[in-house]
Design a protein around this ligand. Sequence first.
Ligand code: DX5
Ligand code: ZN
Length: 220
Amino acid sequence: MRQHLIAPSLLAADFTRLQDDISMVNRSEADWFHLDVMDGRFVPNITFGMFIVEAIGKMAEKPLDVHLMIVEPEKYIEAFRQAGAAVITVHYEACTHLHRVVHQIKDAGAKAGVALNPHTPVDCLSDLIEDLDLVCLMSVNPGFGGQKFIENTYRKVSEAKELLLKHNSKALIEVDGGVALNNTAKLVAAGADVLVAGNTVFASANPEATITELNKLASV
Ligand code: DX5
Ligand code: ZN
């Protein structure tokens, strides 16, 4: 069984004291920083771009997992790689030429991920799965933190796991949205490798202890 990874999403961090929150993640048991880039077009919200990703990268001591919720991501792959992204995830729904974009990410030297909205079936990746380093299953509709976890995600995680085994793919399965203390163990049992958590971590009384708790729940 592969080791799971915990990826706190800085979307829920306090941007007036970002350095403190980044230091907390650095010293915590977390594995990656999850960074949510939103453009106000693919999703209704706008967050930040490569300039902020680069600034975060200067303080972060763990890999940057950059989730692009933007249209035409192919225009910005090299820029996000230069900004320090270790993993770049684009949305299936935002790419007409997804195969080309995935290879653009790999050619830029990053790990390539594809995210699927809650309504998008896992099967759509069957002709590309061997080329992927990560499949991100959205367990909320992308655009905002703090939303309610969509329950059929467990089934999708199992389906993604089956697809990976069938194609002998080593891609990690990431779950993003509404990940909490009460669904972590079940997600890992279904096959999740990477757990993204925004509000569960940053809205808790002790974010560092919550990361430890998530890690513990995912380890059983
Ligand atoms: C949603 C983002 C998520 C978000 C998760 O569009 O992709 O990464 O930060 O936040 P929580 O964990 O609060 O649902
Ligand atoms: Zn995300």
